[in-house]
Design a protein around this ligand. Structure first.
Ligand code: NAG
Ligand code: NAG
Ligand code: NAG
Length: 303
């Protein structure tokens, strides 16, 4: 997500003041593609065939980017929505995508958010609404939980919803003050990045420069207290790799941070405005981290 210039300045000042303890091992990234319109890339996922999927904060569209040919094309316009966000695979080559009504000029429309289904199994992208959620505040993050459940981050309610991907049944799994927007947030967003892996829910608070994690049970409810990894670096969406390392997009902080299995934080890429990351899933790119930015860049870096 992208904040106003004033907020960005404040956040990058905070980030630069707070990053002294971080191990610096940043690498330049390689540009895969650059969007000119829409531009605020917000979510990224990869299909099993290697094609990337990209969503946009400034437009409710899903695009595909081929990392080999460096070409992109639009797959879906989510009708009735102006903004799209988290993307996650819910069955082989079937993806769920967050879409709803937000714009930088008009703000967020609570209750407008839905989870869409984009099904590639027929050979083309077929989009339909999986479930509209009238109780939604401001959906953004999205992660797989088990093979029939997703978790959805609600940035204004400060909550994680769980949804059954077969029935669309949903309820709040976790709600905590650490997920609330800061009282002075330029856009009323708290919980932004959301990723479940191996019994742990990782989340960021985008208006509080914070990364947290919490252990959860089989229903997605927290089983212990929430722990804090940092509170000094602007934090957007994140990915957790197969070895348990987390990779976090840090927007105006200008880098992608890795939280190793040992808890050590290091910098794996230098890039401005990163909003989301995903680790490649094919044999050829399993060590490649793909990054999207609020300026329309899709980039890659070896990790
Ligand atoms: C889904 O998970 C359940 C329990 O973990 C398992 O029994 C079932 O086989 C899985 N179904 C699919 C389609 O993977
Ligand atoms: C998963 O969690 C268990 C228990 O906390 C831990 O021992 C294991 O190393 C973790 N595996 C990964 C891949 O993170
Ligand atoms: C500005 C703000 O609200 N900061 C909070 C961020 O979250 C940490 C805990 O993760 C709090 O200690 C800070 O007060």
């Amino acid at each position: 997500m992208r904040f106003s210039t004033l907020i960005l300045q404040v956040l990058s000042l905070t980030a630069s003041l707070g990053s002294a303890a971080v191990v610096e091992r940043r690498q330049a990234t390689t540009q895969v593609f650059k969007f000119s319109s829409p531009t605020s890339a917000e979510g990224i996922a990869q299909r099993s065939n290697g094609q990337l999927l990209v969503s946009f904060f400034d437009k409710a569209e899903l695009w595909t980017v081929d990392p080999a040919t460096k070409k992109a094309s639009k797959l879906v316009s989510f009708t009735g929505a102006t903004c799209s966000a988290g993307i996650v695979e819910i069955a082989p080559d079937v993806f769920a995508v967050v879409a709803g009504q937000f714009s930088f000029s008009g703000g967020n429309k609570a209750g407008s958010w839905a989870i869409w289904k984009v099904d590639f199994t027929s050979g083309t992208a077929v989009a339909s609404i999986l479930k509209a959620v009238p109780e939604s505040g401001f959906f953004n993050g999205l992660t797989a939980f088990d093979n029939s459940t997703i978790l959805i981050g609600d940035a204004s309610k400060g909550a994680v919803w769980r949804m059954d991907t077969k029935t669309g049944a949903y309820s709040i799994a976790i709600q905590d003050a650490l997920m609330n927007p800061a009282s002075n947030a330029g856009i009323p967003m708290g919980l932004d990045g959301l990723r479940y892996a191996n019994g742990t829910v990782w989340f960021t608070n985008v208006s509080k420069n914070a990364l947290h994690k919490v252990s959860v049970d089989a229903t997605g409810k927290a089983t212990g207290s929430i722990s804090t990894i940092w509170t000094n670096t602007f934090s957007d969406d994140l990915w957790v790799g197969p070895d348990g390392s987390a990779y976090v997009a840090t927007g105006s902080a200008g880098k992608v941070q890795k939280v190793g299995v040992d808890g050590k934080v290091s910098t794996v890429a230098s890039i401005s405005g990163s909003t989301a990351v995903v680790l490649g899933r094919t044999e050829a790119d399993k060590n490649t981290l793909y990054i999207v930015t609020g300026q329309g860049v899709v980039a890659s870096v070896k990790v």
